[in-house]
Design a protein around this ligand. Sequence first.
Ligand code: VGL
Ligand code: ZN
Length: 200
Amino acid sequence: MRDRTHALLVIDMQNDFIADGALAVPGGDQIVDGINALMDDFATVILTQDWHPAGHSSFASQHPGKSPMEMTEMPYGPQVLWPDHCVQGRKGAEFVPGLRTDGDLIIRKGFNPAIDSYSAFFENDHTTPTGLEGYLRTRGIDKLTMVGLALDFCVNYSAQDAARLGFDVTLRPDLSAAIDLDGSRDASMKDMENAGVRLP
Ligand code: VGL
Ligand code: ZN
């Protein structure tokens, strides 16, 4: 019997994060088959989609004189400036070829033009909720396994938020991959461990 209180969260498995995508994560295309297989083990499967309007404030293209991967200050804190990626309705925002999308819920994030949203639970102001917490609680789900992209950004923020909200969280590093900006992979693994995320 699959555990009805334990959900699989598949983060941002989208074209722009793999292969020749705008913000390709090394190794991102090698985890698709493993994620598909893992879906069979879960009663509930939730997928997330990074879903930005054109001209989103997290894009370096909107900040004159700035290049992708540089930092800026936003009203809610420091923000990495990214190449244009995962624009709503475009090819780069679609799920990667071959990924099973027969899950129960698809949650989109990053659609507020002024605020980025790494976490599946809160926007980067750390207060505006996406609604995922309510979905999980009302369905009696208190355990989460997380996979997908990118380990050091959206997976990391989602896992830490979930742990702080009281969920029992496991991240599968073998079914995730990192952007690794200035050592962000190691830093995020430490931060997740400190937040109580299980890292098998
Ligand atoms: C992500 C950077 C910008 C991610 C999304 O899915 O990890 N990273 N937008
Ligand atoms: Zn994004």
